[in-house]
Design a protein around this ligand. Structure first.
Ligand code: AMP
Length: 140
């Protein structure tokens, strides 16, 4: 199903033009209009899902597999050394378009294109406590 006021639904359906680098029956991959590096690509499912929490595992897995193929192509065709597969869920995590999209961001060493997280320094007790909470949530 698509959502009528969703721009990525329209792009994925080909109703709004995009630079498409890959397409199959389930996804369309397009160049990001504001790339972190040239070749930065977004993998969009053709069906509407707000984020990964709504997606069937099969489509989620397919999007990741397509992303990895695109990452390989970025390295081979555009001379990159690596890439991120990155996906934001919810506003607090930086999501700005609420139709699932997987970023494939090509990288070279020390290109300064992205900031990564600030590493924390939890003690072993805090690690164990956090782990227990997640194990409990995941076993439900
Ligand atoms: P996020 O912050 O994870 O939701 O990422 C949204 C991404 O979509 C950003 O990198 C935008 O540059 C990109 N974007 C927004 N609108 C378009 C569009 N019409 N075509 C291509 N990329 C877009």
């Amino acid at each position: 199903m698509t959502k009528h006021d969703c721009i990525f639904c329209k792009i994925a359906a080909g109703e709004i033009p995009s630079v498409t680098v890959y397409e199959d029956e389930a996804v369309r991959a397009i160049l990001d209009l504001a790339p972190a590096n040239p070749g930065h690509t977004l993998v969009l499912p053709k069906e509407h899902f707000d984020d990964s929490l709504e997606m069937p595992e099969e489509i989620l897995g397919h999007a990741m597999a397509v992303g990895a193929r695109i990452g390989r192509a970025q390295m081979e065709a555009l001379d990159y050394e690596g890439f991120h597969l990155l996906q934001n869920n919810r506003e607090a995590a930086g999501q700005s378009v609420f139709h699932f999209h997987l970023h494939v961001i090509p990288r070279r060493k020390e290109d300064g294109a992205m900031g990564l997280w600030k590493p924390g320094h939890p003690g072993s007790e805090e690690l164990a406590e956090t782990g227990e909470k997640l194990q409990t949530a995941l076993s439900i």
